[in-house]
Design a protein around this ligand. Structure first.
Ligand code: NDP
Ligand code: 8X3
Length: 251
């Protein structure tokens, strides 16, 4: 059966690189995000290699998620790989000064959004007795850093959800892979710092950060493993990184 991967957050960074990587190995794609112009460009680019469908919705809006995913027809309903990647950090501040709108965006997007998408896709995988979920967590889900309590909490939730999904889904033939990247240069810091490009750029100064393609390679490796192998958990740090915020910078 031809594989179909549904990737959330395909308009940028890790999701975009994953879309390109999975297209290279012939996997048809359902690409999701809020920015329609980028989805259309990607459809043009990757549609030359594999079949591509695009869906635009905000993962935080349950009704939007459900309506978009229920609109899939025919073979597009048979999603074999779900890459739960959409998410971001919003703000970086000490807990007593935190912006509650930022907290909502992180909890609603990184946690509830992942759950809404999964809830819509998983029954089909269970019914077909085959499937693979890849959750993009973070090193921030494995350790907490100062000023990042809520983002770290949202990613710790992803870690727990990955474990829980694996417990619930293994008997149904559905694999679950949790990938926890370290510092990857994407639009992540630009979003975290609300468009402040100078501040975002400093995050990646003085060392070579991960590239989104490094994480896309890991996704591709996990979903290409033979049936008797589950890649359960991968933590991928930059070469100069030993913990989330412990990075050896040469300048
Ligand atoms: P980007 O900002 O480059 O990409 C984020 C993607 O998520 C975009 O495609 C965006 O699409 C989508 N997205 C964000 N919020 C929503 C929403 N509410 N509804 C729908 N789509 C949404 O960042 P990254 O590629 O770095 O981030 C991807 C994932 O990787 C995130 O879960 C992040 O937490 C995680 N991660 C990132 C690391 C890093 O250092 N960069 C390290 C560890 C984990 P659009 O705006 O079009 O909706
Ligand atoms: C993104 C990586 O360490 O900046 O999840 O939180 S970190």
């Amino acid at each position: 059966m031809k594989k179909i991967a549904l990737i959330t957050g395909a308009t940028s960074g890790i999701g975009l690189a994953t879309a390109r990587r999975l297209a290279q190995v012939g996997i048809d794609l359902i690409l999701c995000g809020r920015r329609i112009d980028r989805l259309k460009e990607l459809e043009q680019e990757l549609g030359a290699i594999v079949k591509v469908k695009t869906l635009h919705f905000d993962v935080r809006a349950e009704a939007e998620v459900t309506a978009a995913l229920q609109s899939l027809e025919g073979d597009w309903q048979n999603v074999t790989i779900l890459v739960n990647n959409a998410g971001n950090a919003h703000g970086l501040s000490s807990i007593e000064e935190g912006n509650t709108a930022d907290w909502d965006a992180m909890i609603d997007g990184n946690v509830k959004g992942l759950l809404y998408v999964s809830r819509a896709i998983l029954p089909g995988m269970v019914e077909r007795k085959t499937g693979h979920v890849v959750n993009i967590s973070s090193i921030a889900g494995k350790e907490t850093y100062r000023n990042g309590a809520v983002y770290c909490a949202s990613k710790a939730a992803v870690e727990a959800i990955s474990q829980g999904m694996r417990l619930d889904l293994t008997e149904h033939g559905v694999k679950v892979t949790n990938i926890a990247p370290g510092a990857v240069e994407t639009e992540f810091s630009l979003v975290r710092f609300k468009g402040d490009a100078e501040r975002a750029g400093k995050v990646y100064q003085g060392f070579e950060p991960l590239r989104p393609e490094d994480i896309a390679d890991a996704v591709c490796y996990a979903v290409s493993a033979p049936a008797h192998v589950t890649i359960a958990d991968m933590t991928i740090l930059a070469g100069a990184q030993s913990q989330a915020t412990t990075i050896f910078r040469n300048s």
